[in-house]
Design a protein around this ligand. Structure first.
Ligand SMILES: [Zn+2]
Length: 120
C-alpha cells in the first residue's frame, strides 16, 4: 500500500466483513477494539505531538473488499491526499462510526466528519 501520511497503519479484523455498510450495532465491540488498537499503535509509533486521524472509507469509495481502519499520523503526504481521508460521504471517522453504531444511525450518506487534529 502506498502510504498517504507520515505514518499510515491499517487495522484489519480477522473476521471477513466487506465494509462499513455491513456493520450493525452488534459490531460495536469489534469497531471499538479496532479503534483502541489503532490509537495504541499511534501512541507507540507516531512522532510525539503529531496530529492523528482514524477512520474508514465508506462504500463504494473503498479500495479493498475487507474492512480496515486507517490510523494515520499527519501530515498527509502528499498534502492533496488529505481529500481522500476527509470528504463527507466517502470517509467516516472512527469516532463517527462508533457513534453511529451506538445509536443505530444510518451508516451511509450524511456528513462523514473528518475529526483530524487529535493529539497523540
Ligand atoms: Zn481504505
Amino acid at each position: 500500500m502506498q502510504p498517504d501520511a507520515a505514518l499510515h497503519l491499517l487495522v484489519v479484523p480477522r473476521a471477513h466483513i466487506p465494509d462499513t455498510g455491513c456493520l450493525g450495532p452488534q459490531d460495536l465491540d469489534l469497531v471499538e477494539a479496532m479503534d483502541a488498537l489503532g490509537r495504541e499503535l499511534l501512541r507507540q509509533r507516531a512522532p510525539p505531538g503529531a496530529r492523528t486521524k482514524l477512520g474508514y472509507h465508506v462504500p463504494p469509495w473503498r479500495s479493498v473488499g475487507h474492512l480496515h481502519l486507517h490510523a494515520m499520523a499527519l501530515p498527509h503526504t502528499p498534502a492533496w491526499a488529505a481529500a481522500k481521508y476527509s470528504l463527507p460521504g466517502t470517509w467516516l471517522s472512527s469516532r463517527a462510526l462508533m457513534r453511529r453504531l451506538r445509536w443505530s444511525w444510518p451508516l451511509l450518506g450524511g456528513a462523514g466528519g473528518g475529526e483530524d487534529g487529535e493529539a497523540v
